[in-house]
Design a protein around this ligand. Sequence first.
Ligand code: NAI
Ligand code: MG
Length: 491
Amino acid sequence: MATAAPKKVSQPKVSQTTCFIDGQWVPAASGKTFETINPATEEVICEVAEGDKADVDKAVKAARAQFDDGEWSRMDARDRGRLMYKLADLIEAEADELAALETLDNGKPISDSRNADIPLVIDCIRYYAGWADKIQGDTIPIRGDYLCYTRREPVGVVGQIIPWNFPALMAAWKWGPALATGCTIVMKPAEQTPLTCLRMARLAQKAGIPDGVINVVPGYGPTAGAAIVAHPGVDKIAFTGEGSTAKIIQRTALETMKRVTFELGGKSPNVIFADADLDKAIAGAHFALYFNQGQCCCAGSRLFVEDRVYDDVVDRIAEYNAGHPVGDPFDPETKQGPQVDQAQFDKIMQYVEYGKQDGASCITGGNRVGDRGYFIEPTLFAGVTDDMRIAREEIFGPVLSVLKFSDVDELIHRANNTNFGLAAAVWTRDIGKAHRFAAKVRAGTVWVNCYDVFDAAAPFGGFKESGIGRELGEAGLAAYTENKTVTLALG
Ligand code: NAI
Ligand code: MG
């Protein structure tokens, strides 16, 4: 019996395209707009308000007024938590539309937006809603006749600048701890993907989160983003994106001693030992790199394979690539959509050239798919050595580099021989080997016999140049609170 063709998902409606400041939906002060593009078709989806300094200034003033004198910071923590649960419920009620909007703006397959991005958004907001009334200080036994205790107070107005690879999820990771602790927010979504963040702000408004608590200023990095970082009314910056951008931000933020947390890139080692369950390891290594078009900060982009099984692993990843459906992201069968924009497409194709120039063997892919949209074939390089650019630099695309190893001690050294330290993984049946690797690898997250397992309760962040601070979990609250010590003479 013939099966019906899978039903395509209809294109979503776009409803929010302006700045959201102090509860108002307003055009940019300059009247300027920018285009957001559908990366699958290269067509313009819509124009979005292009915020800049004046808009950021208005947003910071609104966030400041709400933080210093408004109802948000005076509200009982449990009621703050209830508003967050309400927001999560509203997102859940619109999950399908939000997923479709994410796919339209970012190009990720609809099955991923539906099954990964949006469910993780909802989970993150609920997880932090539960923290709202559980953030508490200590009583401290100091010398003398005193009562000494600490209060954990919100850090204040937070500037949050996010990238385009998980637009809605990055908004949730940043709003969750900020709202739970009682901070107020000025967020700038990435210029490539502003739509879901704006839609979520509309839902926050609908949930009854007071005006001025969440402000969203879409726009470009060097203008709107830089204005947030420079603004003296902002207490803390949370940024996810490229390391070189973080360094610019860090320098400016220092002028006003803003707190910063950074979640940056990686070149994460993923290690397959010969004693691993190879079926799982190979499927896992494929997913670790090609998920989200390879646009993951924690992508398993340096695949180290023990020499005895090296050829087998390369062959079988090549087979996976041959059967990996690349195409229309609205088709539920699609596993790989387009890259987010022309700039990313060009950068990735440049790395494919570097791989060839440096002498690696291109086993699969290396070409554009079609002539419309930023699609790239799943690309696999074997015979990669540590010094090659494709083994050292973040490509952020569907390009996997496979390296060979034979000695375990040397492997650890090679895995750590990078300025990055975001994630790592190891596939083996030997639990001693797994734990030794987990202890020795310099990375913020280590997966054993799995990859990309994320949970709102588990902290995430980087060693070395992969970042500063942690997001998610209880650890994610630290950056959003100030510790205040209160000492009272009892005598
Ligand atoms: P980016 O770091 O330039 O952009 C991330 C965010 O920062 C965007 O919202 C952008 O508008 C903003 N921004 C840019 N310049 C700024 C400035 N001077 N001040 C304040 N905000 C600023 O990253 P981009 O250009 O989108 O991607 C370049 C590369 O960065 C990618 O190829 C990838 O290697 C890496 N990347 C890593 C991400 C991660 O999750 N760690 C996410 C996105 C990109
Ligand atoms: Mg940039």
